[in-house]
Design a protein around this ligand. Structure first.
Ligand SMILES: [Zn+2]
Length: 858
């Protein structure tokens, strides 16, 4: 296999590895094409009114006024006198769409929605609304439109412009709904008289007030009174219109809200919401508990259980994908009908279980059809069996994960064999030609084939087995080479190497969550380096100092959390400019004047922004022109610089600094300077100073050179390079910061909001500190004659080791942020080898001698 082939196959296999997480972990729990079963019970209510108070947390809902009276007086009185109150425990993530899907559709978030940017459910699903005879939904278009369905559900919504977060009080969103309902009931269509209908009112006022003013505000708290009045009015209108006491009322919420006005994660304030039900079919059974709403032991209900409750009350079919179990104790009906209610709920769950289990080759021993019949015919149907069926559904949903994970991981491990096998020629002298090992291939292929047949993998899943065999085919050529490599070295050395590299890979994955570990690495490193590196036996004081200062940055608060202090950037630029003018190396730079101009321009632009900020005026357009001029001119400079390696490194670093400072809002510039200083010290430790000073760029040198050996010391150097890359990434922020990138940091470039430009500049800001790191490493491998091809193999193996760890940490539950982060960690590490190679190519271009053009003929 030649190098080009290797790169192509590596790329394809890594793309497959990336997409495998969407096939294995982030799969939809929804079974498509499932028909709904006809109900077996009698209806308990003719119609239901469902009120959803968006973003209402339990704690605030049961608050009392100063005079001791309940805020939600009417609703809670109904709960105490004729109905039930329970804490509804929501699903994760605590967001509006998943919350409503949970209590109307009966299942938790469909994680495959991540592909659609969490905007909508990617698969059509069933709800209580479209299982009703007819339904009318009033409220926000964001929610109502998800559930509208021309045949059954009529949506009545306001325009999106009405949802204004800057208003002083958003309860007009709720009174709008009340008004529309009133108008609707004045001239309703004839279909409102049929049984099995639903009125759904979505009240967004509380959520908007909570976000804008926080839940402690009078706006959020008083909104409870507003909602209470609306519910009372709606109840009066309905009762007056029908006059038959056949209406069931349900009041609940999609999610709660934190003290600081957010939701999404799993804190109590976000997950505990009210559930109140009264009217037709509802038993009055918690008279005592209605005075102790704040009692932690108060009755609880799962949010997804509300969905079957509504359907059973109305005698409608249950939503096809609902995995809820109705709280049967709240129904007021005969014991015979109660039994039928349970059977309806059980049959619908069993229907899903059958569909799920037929597609999986694994059996779930706890339940069987015989047992179902036996329980169905018994007088006292216990709900434990229903829970077993739900567990069975979830078991089958995840059943194939271990098998598929095994296949995908074995595919990647076998590719590691190829990488190691190919780099063998850089490690030992006499490497045998690769020879196909039939034994290895047959054993590996038969194992995968056996798994495919045993677990009856679908055609789609069998594709992974096929990809694995493809990878085995290549690794069969190299397994003997790897075996020879292991045999030729001492067993202890191999073990030490294997565990050492695996440990470092594990350590680097921890840095993604704990930035301070990076500080530890950089404090320890100079001593460790002196200890391990054979050539540099003495401690370098300036190395210890620079690494020590660099290690401070990961323990500082991230830039996104610490706000904007632009004057510090100005100070950094002044300091940088003075140092540059005074330093000894600058006199050797041919383009000294050019760099000085760039620094002064950058300084001027930032100063203009600061001054306009001081007087609260719009920054002058001049700063924008200057910034863009710096942005483009800075790229010409490194290419124009002298052919002395040291000059080129400094010229590139300072060029990048001028742009980086323009994108900075706080201490990023200082971080960058310390980073470059440390890199300089690192080069000085690795390369004798005389070599470094006199080293010239080579003519026509190739990046992917095959010449040279890869020694143990080069492994250490490569690891230092990776830690420097992590420092460049985590020094001022973390992965989560990428989302919360402040628009003010691009102020020197654009004044108006432009998402595309903003994304581009953010990407640029992240990339910039990587460049000096790559240039420094390139200088080291050039001057020490380390073959980059060997380093490429190492990068593939190392980034895969990290990706394996993050593969098993991909989450399919929790907040959107948790799920999104777990995916980004996996993809960042998986593609690390690729992005670093591209960056090294960029560094190679920048340090290439060919670019040398004399700008000034002096
Ligand atoms: Zn919200």
């Amino acid at each position: 296999m030649n190098f080009g082939q290797y790169v192509i196959v590596t790329f394809i296999l890594h793309a497959l590895f990336f997409f495998s997480i969407f096939e294995i972990f982030l799969t939809s729990p929804i079974i498509t094409g499932l028909d709904s079963l006809p109900p077996k019970n009698h209806r308990l209510a003719k119609r239901a009114v469902i009120v959803s108070i968006d973003g209402m947390r339990h704690r605030t809902f049961v608050l009392k006024k100063d005079d001791g009276e309940l805020r939600a007086k009417h609703i809670l009185n109904r709960a105490c006198k004729t109905g039930v109150y329970a804490k509804s425990i929501t699903q994760l993530p605590t967001e509006s769409r998943p919350g409503h899907v949970a209590f109307l559709g009966g299942f938790g978030e469909d994680v495959s929605a991540v592909m659609a940017g969490w905007k909508k459910n990617p698969v059509p699903f069933d709800t209580v609304l479209n299982q009703s005879r007819a339904a009318w939904a009033f409220g926000s278009p964001d929610i109502v439109d998800i559930f509208s369905e021309p045949a059954h559900v009529t949506g009545i919504t306001y325009s999106e412009d009405l949802e204004d977060f800057s208003t002083s009080n958003a309860d007009y969103l709720d009174t709008w709904v009340e008004k529309q309902f009133e108008l609707f009931m004045q001239e309703p269509p004839a279909s409102v008289n049929q049984p099995g209908i639903i009125f759904f009112l979505h009240l967004l006022g509380t959520d908007t007030n909570g976000h804008a003013h926080r839940p402690k505000s009078s706006q959020y708290i008083n909104n409870v009174d507003v909602v209470d009045n609306i519910v009372q009015n709606v109840e009066n209108i309905v009762n007056k219109f029908y006059g038959d006491n056949e209406t069931a009322f349900i009041v609940t919420s999609d999610h709660g809200m934190t003290e600081w006005g957010s939701h999404g994660s799993g804190s109590k304030d976000e997950t505990v919401t009210p559930f109140v039900a009264w009217g037709a079919g509802i038993k009055h059974n918690n008279a005592q508990s209605c005075h102790s709403f704040l009692d932690p032991a108060h009755e609880k209900i799962d949010q997804i259980d509300i969905s079957p409750t509504i359907s059973l009350l109305l005698g409608n079919s249950l939503p096809a994908n609902s995995i809820g179990i109705a709280p049967f104790s709240i129904f007021s009906t005969s014991s015979k009908n109660l039994h039928e209610l349970k059977v309806t709920n059980m049959r619908q769950l069993w229907h899903q279980y059958e569909a799920k289990s037929s597609s999986s080759g694994i059996s779930y021993p706890k339940i069987s059809y015989e047992k179902l019949l036996q329980i169905e015919n018994s007088d006292t149907l216990q709900t434990e069996f229903l829970e077993d069926v739900v567990n069975g559904i979830q078991f089958h949903h995840k059943a194939l994960r271990p098998v598929l994970s095994f296949i995908v991981i074995s595919m990647m491990i076998s590719w590691q064999l190829v990488s190691v096998g190919l780099s063998a020629r850089f490690l030992v002298d006499d490497v045998r030609r690769p020879k196909f090992s039939m034994l290895f291939f047959v054993i590996a292929a038969l194992t995968i084939l056996g798994l495919t047949i045993h677990y009856r993998l679908s055609v789609r899943n069998s594709l992974w087995a096929f990809a694995a065999m493809w990878s085995f085919y290549y690794s069969s050529y190299y397994c003997k080479t790897v075996f020879q490599l292991v045999k030729s070295s001492k067993p202890l050395v191999v073990l030490k190497l294997f565990f050492g590299v695996s440990f470092v890979a594990f350590l680097t994955t921890l840095i993604f969550n704990y930035r301070w570990l990076l500080s530890l690495v950089f404090i320890i490193f100079p001593f460790f380096n002196a200890f391990i590196a054979a050539r540099t036996s003495k401690y370098s004081r300036s190395l210890i100092a620079s690494f020590g200062i660099l290690s401070i940055f990961p323990i500082l608060p991230t830039i996104a959390d610490s706000g904007i202090h632009r004057w510090l950037v100005v100070a950094t630029l002044i300091f940088g400019t003075i140092c540059f003018q005074q330093s000894s190396f600058s006199s050797r730079l041919q383009t000294k004047s050019m760099l000085s101009i760039l620094l002064w321009m950058s300084l001027l632009s930032q100063t203009l922004i600061c001054i306009s900020d001081l007087f609260s005026v719009k920054p002058p357009d001049l700063s924008t022109y200057i910034s863009w001029a710096v942005f483009f001119l800075s790229w010409t400079n490194p290419f124009l610089e002298c052919q002395d390696v040291r000059c080129r490194f400094h010229a590139i670093s300072i060029s990048c600094l001028t742009v980086y400072c323009l994108l900075s809002t706080f201490y990023e510039g200082i971080f960058y300077i310390v980073l470059v200083w440390s890199l300089g010290e690192w080069i000085a430790v690795e390369i004798p100073l005389s070599n470094f000073n006199s080293a010239k760029l080579k003519e026509n040198s190739m990046l992917f050179s095959d010449v040279g050996k890869f020694k143990k010391d080069d492994l250490r150097r490569s690891l230092v390079f990776i830690f420097f890359i992590l420092m460049a990434f985590f020094g001022c922020g973390n992965v989560a910061n990428l989302n919360s990138f402040s628009p003010s940091s691009i102020l020197p470039f654009v004044h108006v909001f432009n998402p595309f430009l903003r994304g581009f500049l953010l990407f640029f800001k992240v990339i910039l500190p990587f460049l000096p790191v790559c240039v420094a490493f390139l200088i080291i491998i050039r001057l020490l004659n380390i073959p980059f091809t060997a380093i490429f193999h190492f990068l593939v193996v190392f980034s895969d080791l990290m990706a394996f760890i993050f593969f098993f940490k991909v989450r399919d539950g929790g907040s959107w942020m948790d799920i999104g982060l777990s995916i980004s960690y996996f993809s960042i590490t998986l593609l690390m080898f690729l992005s670093l190679t591209l960056l090294m190519c960029a560094a190679h271009l920048m340090t290439h001698k060919k670019w040398k053009i004399r700008p000034f003929s002096n």
